[in-house]
Structure formats: C-alpha cells, structure tokens
Design a protein around this ligand. Structure first.
Ligand SMILES: *Cc1c(COP(=O)(O)O)cnc(C)c1O
Length: 446
C-alpha cells in the first residue's frame, strides 16, 4: 500500500515536474519513486521501502548518500563562503582542487577550467580546441570527430558529437555535422579476432579520415575504455595508444571525455592511465563532487594555455558561466579526493570488484546472457531475448521489477549494467548479485 504522503508526492510531481529522459506518459504504468532520504548505498522512499542504488544515481555517487565526511566538509564550508564569482576573484577550494587534479596527471594537464555539468565541459573542450588552433593561425581547423555510439551530452554542441540515435535523431536538423568513425567496441570482434584486433581496425578507419581531412579537423573526442551511454561498450586500451599516436602525427587534439569513466570508475583514477597516455583536454564531472553538487571541468596542457596567453582579450578563452568554480562544489570535490587518499580507494576497489564479479558469475554464464564484461567498477550483460519484440520494453520492465527487489537498476536497451558506489559491504554485494539475477529471470518469464 502506498501512504498518502507517497501518493501525494507522485501526483504533484507528475503535475508540475517534467522529468528528464522520460516519456511522461509511461508514468501511467511505470512507477515514479519519491525518495525521502538516503544513507550509504541505499535510497529510501516515503513509505520506508529501500533501494540499493546500483547505478550510483546516474553514475555520480561514489561514496554513498549522506556521506559523513563530505557532509562535514560542506557544513564547515557553508559557514565561511558559499560562492563567489571566479572572474577577477579566486578562492581556496578551487585553487586546491586544481592543484590536486593537476598533480594526479603528473602536471601534464596543469590548467583547469570549470563549469557545472558534463555537457558544458564538452562544449568548453570543443570551443577551446577550435580557438587554440585559430590562435595558432590554423583557423581552418573547425571540424570534430567522434566515435560510433559516442555520448558526450545533450546540449546542441555536445549532441553534435554524440551518436546515440535516441538522443540525437529528433534534433538532427539543429546540429553541426561531425565525422563519426568506427568504434573499437570489443563486441564487434569477428571470428578469431581479439579486442586488440578490433581496436587496431577502428584506429585504421580513423587514420583514413585523418589522411584526407586532418587540416580541417580540430579534435577527436573519445570516452576512454568504456562508451557508457550507448550500452557500456568496452574497448582495449591499445585503442587509446593508437589514437594518441595518430592525433600527434596528424596534428589533431585528443579530447578524453572522462565524465563517466573518470574518478576511479574503470579501476585507475583516470581511465587514460590504463593506456599510459594523456589527452590534450580531459573532461571530468559526475563523480568528481562525490555525487553531491553539479561540477564539471576541463583540464588541459600548457601548450594550449599558452596559445591563449596574450594582451588581446579576443585571443583569450571566451566562455563565461555564472557558477564557474562554485565554492561548495569544489569543497565537495576536495572531500571526495580526500576519501580516495585516506581510504586507498583504488586498491580497495580491486578487491570489491573481484568479489562482485564472483557473485555475478551465475548471471555472467546465464544461457540468455552474452558479452558479459567488466572494467573496474562497471559490469554489463547483454540479454538475449526469445522475443526480439520484447526488447523495447525490456528496460522498463526490468526497472519496475528491480524496484520490487529493492534495487535501483535501469538497463540501457537490453544491456543490464551495474555501476555501484564504491562502498558496498559483503551483504550488499550478495544482495545486488542475487537480486539482479532474480529480476532478470523474472523479466525473462514475464
Ligand atoms: C553524462 C555524460 C556527459 C554529460 O554530462 P551531463 O552532466 O549529464 O551534462 C558527457 N559525457 C559522458 C561520457 C557522460 O557519461
């Protein structure tokens, strides 16, 4: 039974809140879940039902809800300063955060530019790349390259380098064309091919484009190691090495969109580290504030920074945003980075990932699952359905069934994926694995 409180929230929300990425009519059958509080990996509704947040609330939450350490850091900060503009002013949290992030790249990416959402970080990287080339006398470099299945956000500029049909098609006429090249998605391996072979094949396709067009191309944008929103498509790190070499050879910037894969999600703090390369621009958002506050940033090299350094205002980078470098968001990010250090999170995640992989073995080997895959703290499984027509409703059915099993999971099409916060205990690991399997079998029978 739903309490009055719960029904009241649902009714009022559906009347006045337009929910994201949602066909609102589906809420005639799919439940809308009003969350009243959260703790650790759990979210609670007004009736006291709990849901294990197995997708980190859209991939942002790293250390659980209402985390004591992040809460305390924010409470402290609140009584000193909540926000100040960042043009002509600066403040301790933004300085410290920039220094810490720069150090994490060995100071290769030593300049941080701030915004609030991931799509804006992508827009900033695209603008910066174009403008850096123009300042260097190469104003013909105006085009961008993205990968098949890429996702870089949904504002007009970011959508132009996104290749996920559901997000892009309706707005196609508004978008600037970009070059879409082969994905290194390891699932594309032909008989006898390895993931590395697929990566080499995809890199050759990029090289063909660069041979013809590099003098017009400003940048290539990639999601390192895992193309998340298209359905957790994973690739061999060799691809990143290959594209780094090609970008150097053909004088094209490399933008690494680590908005989803950064902050330890793939096993290293930055996904690029697993390939031993650094991009020219690195975008971060989502997990950087621990899932607390909107914060995004673009890190870049000194060469790029120097291309803008000049007496002339119009040679400077022209992008302003009211909440740039918000004090509270930077404080949350510092508290998040402190947890990484104090708790040796990357090492502990290796053990946690191993446990969860073991617990998920029955799902990975299920006869109606293929392409079971994992990278760091991301797991994905493609469901093989008896009735292909059921594919369109699979995700919604799964979501609803998962709620009844105290799980928050939202498959992407037929891809079931887990992207949990980094704080699961053994019971939660078992709960997550056993219930995911139970939900899957229930949805298959339905
Ligand atoms: C989520 C995401 C974005 C967009 O971030 P928003 O904050 O939702 O605008 C961009 N790139 C990748 C890889 C993402 O996963």
């Amino acid at each position: 039974m739903k309490s009055n409180q719960q029904s009241d929230w649902v009714e009022r929300s559906l009347r006045s809140v337009w929910h994201p990425c949602t066909q609102m009519q589906h809420h005639e059958t799919v439940p809308l879940v009003p969350i009243s509080h959260g703790h650790g990996a759990w979210l609670y509704d007004a009736d006291g039902h709990r849901y294990l947040d197995a997708i980190s609330s859209w991939w942002v939450n790293l250390f659980g809800h209402t985390n004591t350490r992040i809460n305390d850091a924010l409470k402290n900060q609140l009584d000193r300063l909540e926000h100040t503009m960042l043009a002509g002013f600066t403040h301790e949290p933004v300085i410290e955060l920039s220094e810490k992030l720069s150090a994490l790249t060995g100071h290769v990416l030593g300049h941080c530019f701030y915004a609030s959402d991931g799509a804006s970080a992508v827009e900033i990287a695209l603008k910066m790349s174009f403008h850096a080339w123009r300042n260097a006398g190469q104003s013909n470099k105006q085009e961008f390259v993205c990968l098949k299945g890429s996702y870089h956000g949904e504002t007009i500029g970011a959508l132009a380098v996104t290749d996920v049909a559901i997000f892009r098609d309706a707005y196609g006429p508004l978008l600037r064309q970009s070059h879409v090249v082969a994905t290194p998605d390891a699932r594309q391996a032909r008989d006898g091919e390895s993931a590395a072979d697929v990566a080499r094949r995809a890199a050759r396709a990029l090289e063909e484009l660069l041979q013809q067009r590099a003098s017009h191309i400003a940048a290539l944008i990639v999601e390192p190691l895992v193309q998340c929103a298209t359905g957790m498509a994973m690739h061999d790190p060799l691809y990143l090495q290959a594209v780094r070499a090609l970008c150097d050879r053909y004088q094209v910037h490399l933008i690494a969109d680590e908005i989803a894969v950064g902050c330890g999600r793939t096993g290293t703090f930055f996904a690029c580290e697993q390939a031993g390369i650094w991009p020219d621009f690195l975008c971060l958002s989502k997990g950087i504030s621990g899932g607390y506050l909107p914060l995004s940033l673009v890190m870049t090299r000194d060469e790029v920074y120097q291309a803008f350094y000049h007496a002339d205002v119009t040679r400077g980078f022209l992008h302003s945003h009211s909440y740039t470098g918000n004090v509270l968001a930077c404080r949350a990010a510092l508290a998040t980075l402190a947890i990484f250090e104090e708790d040796d999170v990357l090492n502990r995640n290796r053990a946690l990932a191993q446990r969860l992989t073991q617990a998920l073995a029955p799902l990975a080997t299920h006869r109606q699952v293929r392409h079971s895959r994992q990278r760091g703290m991301i797991w994905a499984f493609d469901a093989v359905l008896d009735d292909p027509a059921a594919a369109s409703t699979f995700s919604r059915c799964f979501f609803t069934a998962a709620l009844a099993h105290e799980l928050l999971l939202r498959p992407i099409g037929c891809t079931i994926y887990l992207m949990p916060p980094y704080i699961l205990n053994d019971n939660e690991v078992d709960h997550l694995a056993a219930r995911t399997l139970a939900v899957f079998e229930q949805v298959l029978r339905a």
